[in-house]
Write a protein that binds this ligand. Structure first.
Ligand SMILES: NC(=O)c1ccc[n+]([C@@H]2O[C@H](COP(=O)([O-])OP(=O)(O)OC[C@H]3O[C@@H](n4cnc5c(N)ncnc54)[C@H](OP(=O)(O)O)[C@@H]3O)[C@@H](O)[C@H]2O)c1
Length: 213
């Protein structure tokens, strides 16, 4: 199976670089693992992040009702991506803000995982991208739970590229840094509060190259 697909025609290389890992993680969690379908309710923990921003758009495209967590600073951003409800996780317990979810996608992990089980309806599914699932938690809560590791998949990437070219979803690039600032990119990422994706530019900026010539 091919691991690659053509770049979406609509995107430049910077925006295209923001797609594969984050979009495939969201796609494989929501569709391959959870089997999300139209009319279902999905809760996205970490909706403003690189993975979450794709997950909100994919779930909405599928016809699901989408609830996502974000800080107040990113609430409008997540709403604009298509979320029906945004839960400010600083404002109270997330389990008091949403219930009866068919699917929970966890892109945050840590202590937040403990609060996600109660959001699910019986038989619902939690998919986490982060840490191993505690052995007893799914049985205790009467739900299913899977941790996934994203795999390369050219066929899925081509489907995602088609959705981008159709204007259904878009990558969100919040910062572009030169490769020499890779350390700065990691520091920003490790704040765990950037929205969308940070992209490192490897080739010289064509604009700057033109000006320098
Ligand atoms: N298993 C895999 O194959 C796989 C694949 C891709 C990614 N991952 C992992 O998945 C995680 C998410 O990746 P990412 O690229 O989406 O990360 P990211 O872009 O760094 O996520 C940052 C976002 O997380 C949100 N956030 C931080 N703390 C939160 C909390 N307590 N509750 C809700 N949201 C919170 C922030 O929202 P606010 O700023 O609004 O607080 C921020 O927008 C990372 O740990 C990454 O390593 C795993």
């Amino acid at each position: 199976m091919s691991h690659v697909a053509d770049k979406p025609a609509k995107l430049d290389y910077i925006a295209a670089a923001a797609v594969p890992t984050a979009a495939l993680a969201a796609w494989q969690a929501l569709f391959d693992t959870a089997g999300l379908s139209a009319g279902q309710q999905v809760f996205i923990n970490g909706a403003a992040g690189g993975v979450g921003s794709f997950a909100v758009q994919f779930a909405k495209w599928k016809g699901a009702v989408v609830v996502g967590t974000a800080s107040a600073e990113h609430a409008d951003f997540v709403r604009d991506l298509g979320a029906d409800q945004v839960v400010d996780y600083h404002a109270g317990r997330v389990e008091d803000a949403a219930q009866d979810m068919d699917v929970v996608l966890d892109a945050v992990g840590g202590d937040t995982l403990d609060h996600l089980w109660a959001l699910l309806k019986p038989g619902g599914i939690l998919v986490t991208l982060i840490a191993p699932i505690p052995d007893d938690a799914p049985t205790l809560h009467g739900v299913r739970a899977v941790r996934i590791i994203t795999r390369p998949d050219g066929t899925e990437l081509a489907q995602i590229a088609a959705l981008i070219d159709a204007g259904v979803v878009h990558p969100v690039v919040t910062k572009v840094l030169p490769l020499a600032d890779a350390r700065r990119a990691h520091e920003l990422s490790e704040t765990h509060h950037t929205a969308g994706k940070i992209v490192l530019r490897i080739a010289p900026d064509p604009e700057e190259a033109r000006r320098a010539a």
